[in-house]
Design a protein around this ligand. Structure first.
Ligand code: MN
Length: 304
């Protein structure tokens, strides 16, 4: 099941099920719940994990290309992200450490945008990179969850772009500018995603492939991440864990189009604009982890 957060023609935010290019609204009663939460957060809280059947509202539905797509969870209490969680990315960044010594970091939820939206680069004089990632959406409260029980806390999976300013500022600054977390287009329930170790993650910029990796090459896989993160902080329904990016990060610039895709999960495309960029007020340029200066050509592999 593909679950979409969207804004209807009447300006109200809804959650729906996508099939064959049509969005059918989830029964509003099912998405009822605490005021102030998005319909998706309310649906997740009401459904638990796994999601099971979701009742649909009456009516024929709306073509997908006629709705404004929102981030699948527009209002998570937090976005947790893994730094350096693929060996090949560790190598390209010349890092001696990975997630196993760094732990995780937080991205501001206010940095979220949906599929088809635009990443706004804030500065004219800094480098910004794309990082394609597989993200996990939590379905029920997780605290101190062992890896063996971790996947029963997952509501679904989605694509995420961890847009990053390179340099020496703290990660929470460099990765939390408004629009720096494109997510979507929808979330897919685990029954439809199937075995995570067979997923392939790709990321392209202007149609040129930059990243192509197998999710089984994660240093800490999804259960290990949930075990670790839930040992640090309580995960609430709708919280997001982004699993990290493989090799192939590179600069993005005004006018670019960036696409992250994961097998059986979906394809997330956003634009890039530097229209409102100004001079950077902080002095981190030239410091911090060193990204590859040049893009390494990636050849598309046969899917497996
Ligand atoms: Mn990342």
């Amino acid at each position: 099941m593909k679950l979409l957060s969207y804004r209807g023609r009447d300006g109200l935010d809804r959650v729906g099920v996508v099939a064959d290019g049509v969005v059918r609204e989830v029964s509003p009663e099912r998405a009822a719940g605490p005021a102030g939460l998005s319909p998706m957060r309310r649906l997740i809280a009401a459904s638990g994990s796994p999601a099971g059947e979701v009742p649909l509202a009456d009516g024929p539905g709306v073509p997908l290309d006629e709705v404004r797509v929102l981030p699948p969870v527009p209002d998570p209490t937090k976005i947790v992200a893994a730094p350096v969680n693929y060996v090949d990315h560790q190598a390209e960044m010349s890092q001696s450490v990975h997630v196993g010594s760094l732990g995780v970091f937080l991205k501001a939820p206010s940095s979220l945008i949906g599929a088809g939206d635009v990443v706004r680069l804030p500065y004219t004089d800094r480098r910004f990179d794309q990082e394609g990632e597989l993200a996990v959406v939590i379905g029920r409260t997780a605290r101190g969850v062992p890896a063996a029980d971790a996947l029963s806390h997952v509501f679904g999976y989605t694509c995420l772009l961890d847009i990053t300013m390179r340099g020496g500022e703290d990660r929470s600054t460099r990765k939390s500018f408004d629009t720096f977390t494109p997510m979507g287009p929808w979330l897919v329930t685990p029954d439809e995603v199937g075995p995570l170790e067979t997923l392939r993650l790709t990321c392209s910029v202007n149609g040129t492939l930059r990243q192509d990796a197998d999710v089984r090459d994660l240093i800490w896989d999804v259960p290990a991440l949930i075990e670790y993160v839930s040992s640090v902080m309580t995960l609430h329904p709708g919280d997001v864990i982004s699993t990290g990016t493989p090799a192939g990060v590179g600069a993005i610039n005004d006018g670019d189009s960036v696409t992250a895709a994961v097998t059986r999960v979906g394809e997330l495309t956003v634009g890039v604009s530097a229209a409102s960029a100004v001079t950077c007020p902080t002095l981190g340029a030239g410091a911090g982890p060193v990204p590859p200066a040049e893009l390494t050509p990636v050849r598309a592999r046969t899917a497996n």
